[in-house]
Design a protein around this ligand. Structure first.
Ligand code: ZN
Ligand code: ZN
Length: 270
């Protein structure tokens, strides 16, 4: 019997993160050889702090919760959103002999690897490119393997503000398709690095002290209100939510022309 001593990396000449991943290979399996090989490959390539962030993991399905159907995708079929209890790998903690993680409960997207029988190393490799992939999981009921990932913005090449907005499209609706589309467009196209350029859907009950101010030729009645939440400032990875500023700020409300549509859209304070 050969006793393998995974103590020193041939490349780094010390016990680097690649070795630490390797030591753990015996403690998990996806149940699929190609998937195991693929995940292992990404882990063996992770010699440095920065490379660890590109390593994939086997993510047991029960580490995901609040799994919601989002949309049908031409390539992948059904796409889901979930929260990931553990959050992504950050760095090795020598004291605890375990990985430190960040962004606990983060939003992730689940995409089905279509045909488990045809999953090959090359296929997963190619499929993973446009996304920030954290790992692979398996739905115990359908037996579907799913990539656990986030959309990487094509423009910014990372999970930018626009991608954070996109993650929450299923959480709100104005009740009007055109308005939804309009708000979503501002979130997807204008807010990559400046969240202040995005509009959002503001439920009317987040406004208070609504007072009539004046009549306007274009919009009809104009109101003033206070906005409990205040405007978007920046994404907070820790809370997996937006940080806001200017809580209870004054805002002006103008009717969108079609009286069927009540605006509660954010219009900057003049
Ligand atoms: Zn190494
Ligand atoms: Zn972007």
């Amino acid at each position: 019997m050969v006793v393998l001593d995974f103590s020193e990396c041939g490349k780094c000449n010390y016990t680097c993160t690649s070795i630490l991943f390797q030591r753990n290979f015996k403690n998990w399996t996806s149940g699929n050889n190609d998937i195991n090989k693929f995940i292992q490959h990404t882990q063996l390539s992770a010699h440095t702090y920065y490379e660890v962030k590109s390593a994939l993991e086997w993510i047991p399905y029960d580490r995901l919760y609040d799994i919601k159907y989002i949309e049908e995708d031409d390539e992948f079929g059904k796409v889901y959103r979930a929260n990931w209890i553990d959050g992504r790998l950050n760095k090795w903690n020598g004291k605890n002999q375990n990985w430190e993680r960040e962004d606990q409960n983060m939003f992730v997207i689940l995409k089905i690897l279509n045909n488990p029988a045809s999953i090959s190393f090359e296929f997963i490799y190619k499929t993973a490119v446009p996304y920030k992939v954290y790992g692979i999981t398996q739905d115990p009921e359908t037996k579907n393997y799913m990539m656990v990932l986030n959309y990487k913005c094509k423009k910014c090449n990372k999970v930018c503000n626009s991608m954070h907005f996109q993650q929450t499209f299923i959480d709100w609706t104005s009740g009007n398709n055109d308005i939804d589309k309009f708000i979503q467009d501002t979130q997807l196209s204008d807010a990559h690095d400046d969240v202040k350029k995005a509009l959002e859907w503001i439920p009317y009950d987040r406004l208070y002290d609504v007072k009539y101010i004046t009549k306007n030729d274009e919009f009809g009645k104009v109101y003033r209100a206070n906005w409990i939440d205040g405007r978007l400032n920046e994404w907070n990875d820790k809370n997996q939510n937006w940080e806001r500023e200017d809580q209870n700020m004054f805002v002006i409300l103008k009717n969108l022309n079609n009286p069927a549509i009540v605006t509660s859209k954010y219009i900057d304070k003049v």
